[in-house]
Design a protein around this ligand. Structure first.
Ligand code: TYD
Length: 224
C-alpha cells in the first residue's frame, strides 16, 4: 500500500465513546499553534484539515444518514460497501487533494473501522474487505493511526449519554466486544503505524501522548 503523497495523514480509531472527538479537538488546537511557528516545521504554513467517516463530503453525508439510520435494512456486505463508497468519495474529493497540497489531514475513522466493525464485528471475510478497501482508497494508508482503546460497556454508556444509539451503536455488547478485539488485533499486526492508548486515562495525559507522537512526525529531522 502507498502512503500519503506529501502531507501527513493521521487517523483516529476506537470503539464507541472512547473520546475521539475530544482528542481530535485538542490535537487540532495544538496543530494550529504549531502552524503559527511554521518556519520550524516541515508541514508548517498550510492549515490542517479535519474530516470524518462516514461522511465528509455531500455524497458521503447522504451515505452516512443511510447507513446509521435505525430504519435501514442492510446486509453486512451492503453496510461495508456503503462505508467504502463514502470513503472512496472522501479520499478522492478531500483527503488526496489536501495531502497533495502538503496539508496535515486528521480523519475521524478510516479503513480500520471497516476491518474492526464489518470484519471482526460482522464476520465478513477480511481478504475481501482488504481488496475492496485498497480499490476504494487507491491504497492510501495513514502515516499514523491513533487507537483509543476502551471497554465497550463503558464506551456505550458514555455514548448513550450524548445521543440516542444509532444502528451500529445499537448492535449489542457482544458485537462491540468483537470490534474492540478487532482493533487490538489490527494494532498488534502493524505496531509501526498504530499508537495504542488506554482511553480510560485522563484527557490531558492522552492529549499529551498524542501530541508527542504527532510532533515527532512534524519535525524536519523525523524519519517516516
Ligand atoms: P459516528 O456517530 O461518527 O460515531 P463515532 O463518534 O463513534 O465515530 O458513527 C459512525 C459509526 O459507524 C460508528 O458506530 C462506527 C461505524 N463505522 C463502521 O461500522 N464501519 C466503518 O467503516 C466506519 C467508518 C464507521
Amino acid at each position: 500500500m502507498t502512503t500519503s503523497p506529501t502531507g501527513l495523514f493521521l487517523t483516529f480509531e476506537g470503539p464507541e465513546g472512547a473520546g475521539k472527538s475530544t482528542q481530535i479537538r485538542l490535537l487540532a488546537a495544538r496543530l494550529e499553534v504549531a502552524r503559527l511557528e511554521a518556519a520550524r516545521l516541515k508541514f508548517g504554513g498550510a492549515a490542517h484539515l479535519l474530516t470524518r467517516e462516514p461522511g465528509g463530503t455531500p455524497t458521503g453525508d447522504r451515505l452516512r444518514e443511510l447507513v446509521l439510520d435505525s430504519r435501514s435494512r442492510v446486509s453486512a456486505m451492503t453496510e461495508f460497501l456503503i462505508y467504502s463508497a463514502s470513503r472512496a468519495q472522501l479520499v478522492h474529493e478531500v483527503v488526496r487533494p489536501a495531502l497533495e497540497r502538503g496539508q496535515v489531514v486528521v480523519c475521524d475513522r478510516y479503513v480500520d473501522s471497516s476491518y474492526a466493525y464489518q470484519g471482526y464485528g460482522r464476520g465478513l471475510d477480511m481478504a475481501q474487505l482488504r481488496a475492496v478497501s485498497e480499490a476504494a482508497t487507491g491504497g492510501l494508508t495513514p502515516n499514523l493511526t491513533i487507537l483509543l482503546d476502551l471497554d465497550p460497556a463503558l464506551g456505550l454508556k458514555r455514548a448513550a449519554r450524548v445521543n440516542t444509539p444509532d444502528r451500529i451503536e445499537a448492535a449489542g455488547l457482544e458485537f462491540h466486544g468483537r470490534v474492540r478485539q478487532g482493533f487490538l488485533a489490527l494494532a498488534a499486526a502493524e505496531p509501526g503505524r498504530f499508537l495504542l492508548l488506554d482511553a480510560a486515562q485522563p484527557e490531558d495525559a492522552l492529549a499529551e501522548r498524542i501530541w508527542q507522537a504527532v510532533q515527532a512526525l512534524l519535525t524536519p529531522d523525523s524519519t517516516r
